[in-house]
Design a protein around this ligand. Structure first.
Ligand code: CA
Length: 420
């Protein structure tokens, strides 16, 4: 077992019962404070962030021999570049320092501990390239059924993890407002398109993995080695404008309907921390080609939910899903992505595609939840939602729970602002 994952361990720092960040999680992020605006790496414990640069400065991480520039850094890319064995040592050390038995570290805590609600959590990764997959069978079937009732699943879908290359520049951290995009649409019955604000703004409940180890161009990564290249996971909202999408997507796929904004959670939860939640994914039939065949359990049992909060404060959880619903796993996505020789770099992001489950309350987008607006969702304040309105805040959450330990991802939240 990974030392830091020991479920019996407790911390001297207070960890509220429903916290996403017990001592067994120790995710990585980047933060700054009003009094010290230099961004630096951090981890989380309970309702606090832990300044790793200060910990290193206090010689608490000394024998790991990590340069302070790795921690006093705007992004986690250099930290990830240290590689999994070193990062495992770092996580184990952090667990020892935050352990209830470590009075020496506790007495120094005022140097490196900050209340999470008093700091600014920044986009933690310098994202070079971003890819979005389409790996939920239920999502593909739902969307396929709506738009092609006679032929919902296209012939390639069960043979490869379908994806497209997305836009990295507009990926923002949780809490960043999202402006309703303008775009070109073809109104029903019209003969000419119009330009204006999207009328069908949607979320897509996804998770994204962060690449932590590169592969050279021309050297595909075997599926048995793929996990070694995946540093960790984040929540991901692939904001989508359905009316723009349905007009523009032929024949090359999503473009402006997706590139105006995507929201990620501020914490990268390592695959190591998710180890207890490993589980088998859906049975794949037909069996995929050999380069996509894998051994063992490659999915994770992680509960996911989406909440809408109106401008007036009415809140409703509109979707409850699970990461294990995904048909294609991350190892298959990574192996497929590199199979033609594509080089992946540290900080590249690969999102899963909308994670819909088998029941109507587990669908991961408004498009599916309201079935193209034909079954509106009733909010507690009496209003209805077919899609997302100005002033609404969409918040995604995710967590695994086992042996009394809850490993969570925090939040990916974004408030929708009217168009300029
Ligand atoms: Ca998507």
């Amino acid at each position: 077992m990974i030392k830091a994952n020991d479920p019996t361990r407790t911390s001297w720092a207070e960890v509220p019962k429903d916290s996403d960040f017990p001592i067994q999680n120790l995710p990585f992020g980047v933060f700054r404070t009003a009094s010290n605006p230099s961004p630096r790496a951090c981890t989380a414990i309970g309702s606090n962030v832990v300044d790793l640069a200060v910990m290193n400065y206090l010689d608490l991480l000394d024998d790991l021999e990590i340069d302070n520039e790795v921690f006093s850094n705007r992004y986690l890319n250099d930290l990830m570049a240290l590689g999994k064995p070193k990062l495992r040592q770092l996580r184990d050390r952090l667990a020892d320092l935050l352990d209830a038995r470590n009075e020496e570290a506790r007495d120094l805590a005022w140097h490196f501990l900050h209340p999470m609600d008093k700091v600014e959590l920044l986009l933690p990764v310098r994202i070079g390239d971003y890819t979005d997959f389409y790996s939920s069978l239920e999502h593909a079937l739902n969307v396929g059924t709506m738009f092609r009732p006679d032929n919902p699943l296209l012939p390639n879908w069960k043979h490869l993890p379908v994806g497209y290359h997305g836009r990295a520049s507009s990926i923002v951290v949780s809490g960043t407002p999202v402006q309703r995009p303008m775009g070109q649409t073809m109104p029903e019955g019209a003969t000419l398109p119009v330009f204006g604000p999207t009328k069908l703004l949607d979320f897509e409940l996804e998770m994204a993995f962060v690449v932590g180890k590169p592969n050279p161009m021309g050297q595909p990564v075997d599926i048995t080695d793929a996990e070694d290249h995946i540093f960790g996971l984040m929540l991901f909202n692939d904001w989508s404008a359905r009316d723009i999408q349905s007009w523009e997507y032929v024949p090359l796929g999503p473009f402006l309907a997706k590139n105006f904004a995507s929201t990620v959670s501020p914490w990268v939860v390592t695959l190591d921390a998710l180890e207890p939640f490993r589980t088998a994914g859906p049975v794949q039939d037909p069996q995929p080609l050999q380069y996509l065949q894998f051994q063992g359990e490659k999915s994770y049992d992680l509960r996911l939910e989406v909440e809408i909060q109106t401008q007036g404060g009415a809140r409703a959880v509109v979707c409850r899903s699970n990461f294990k619903n995904l048909y294609w796993n991350m190892c298959q996505q990574f192996a497929h992505h590199t199979s033609g020789g594509c080089n992946m770099n540290i900080g590249d992001l690969c999102a899963s595609g909308t994670i819909s489950g088998p029941t109507p309350d587990s669908y991961g987008s408004m498009l599916e939840l309201t079935w193209r607006g034909t079954k509106p969702i009733r909010m507690p304040d009496g209003t209805e939602r077919k899609f997302i309105q100005d002033g609404d805040t969409v918040t995604m959450r995710g967590w695994g729970e086992k042996n009394g330990v809850r490993i969570g991802f925090g939040e990916a939240a974004g408030k929708v602002l009217p168009p300029l």
